[in-house]
Design a protein around this ligand. Structure first.
Ligand code: GTR
Length: 326
């Protein structure tokens, strides 16, 4: 009797698990911070389109753009917990939860965007991806996010120009250290609050790439964009690790294929739209200032590296891997 009952319960539990699995697999939600006009809007829509196609309609992905499902740190926690299945995330705010991801948040660690992709395609990328997957957010493709530069009312030509300025940064201690090392006052803040903070003078400046500078109106409230290009941070299409691992190998391959094709498409969009964003802000009267010698900015980061590696000696290996990648 007891055996019969427990078999029945087991059967019901298995059926429920299967149903739950099927329900989740059929109906995924993805977080994206950007709106129409930003390359990642198109990239994530392409991912949704391809996931459905590649999985033969077994997974339907709804993308919530514009950060409506929460701020980036919130959304990251939601993906880790499985409340949201996927998202387009910047590796910057992932650093505080996955140490290995912090490699990309060391200023000037990469020589260029192609160099950054080569590092990600090598051993360093494998180490970062595994650590992220172990933390619940598995990267399955990499987006281009260009380089981040400073913008403020005044031109920033040297690290000394940052002195005394209140600069908004993303949520990561490496960025606060970066601003402090130049004598500035770092102000970590959610992306959605930056435009207002610049407008009201709560902060004097911020740093980002051209599409973000343009798309959320930061250019409307700062006159000078100075090409320091101090951070080249990749972004991922990331999925909840457990949900991905629960898929059959064939389904996993289909989801990955969709993400990687969508990422290639995003990189094409990036090239075109990033260029356009620069031209658009210039046409709107923004001064885009070249910085001929970035050496002083790089030397100003020596103490950031020294302090960080002293506190995290295990990160030296990743730094060496990045530096030795041609
Ligand atoms: C953008 C990035 C976003 C977000 C934002 C920020 O370039 O695509 O994910 O990190 O910067 O500054 O918060």
């Amino acid at each position: 009797m007891l055996k019969k009952l427990s078999m029945k319960l087991l059967g019901a539990a298995t059926a429920m698990t299967m149903m739950a699995g099927m329900a989740t697999a059929a109906d995924w939600r993805a977080w994206n911070i950007h709106n129409e006009g930003h390359p990642n809007f198109g990239g994530m829509n392409k991912f949704a389109e391809l996931v459905e196609k590649e999985t033969g309609g077994e997974i339907k992905l709804q993308v919530f753009h514009g950060g409506v499902l929460g701020s980036q740190p919130d959304a990251l926690e939601q993906v880790r917990a499985g409340a949201i299945e996927a998202g387009n995330f910047n590796l910057g705010p992932i650093g505080p939860m996955v140490k290995e991801a912090n490699l990309v948040s060391l200023p000037f660690i990469f020589k260029s965007v192609p160099h950054m992709f080569r590092v990600l395609d090598g051993e360093a990328g494998d180490i970062i991806s595994k650590a992220m997957a172990d933390a619940g957010i598995m990267p399955i493709a990499w987006f281009d996010a260009g380089a981040r530069s400073f913008y403020a009312q005044k031109e920033i030509k040297t690290p000394a120009d940052v002195k005394g300025l209140k600069i908004r940064v993303m949520n990561n201690n490496l960025y606060t250290a970066m601003i402090s090392a130049m004598g500035g006052n770092p102000s970590p803040m959610a992306f959605s609050e930056v435009q207002q903070a610049l407008k009201t003078g709560v902060v004097d400046g911020a740093e980002n790439n051209f599409p973000s500078y343009k798309n959320v109106g930061h250019f409307e409230v700062t006159k000078n964009y100075s090409l320091s290009e101090h951070l080249i941070i990749p972004e991922c299409i990331c999925v909840n690790t457990a949900k991905f691992n629960a898929l059959s190998p064939a389904m996993q391959a289909s989801v990955k294929k969709a993400a990687q094709e969508a990422a290639l498409y995003q990189r094409e969009l990036w090239a075109v739209q990033s260029d356009k964003a620069r031209k658009d802000v210039e046409a709107a009267g923004i001064m885009v200032n070249e910085i001929a010698d970035k050496g002083p900015f790089q030397s100003a980061m020596d103490s950031v590296y020294a302090d960080y590696l002293k506190a995290n000696p295990d990160m030296q290996k990743l730094v060496d891997l990045a530096k030795s990648t041609k």
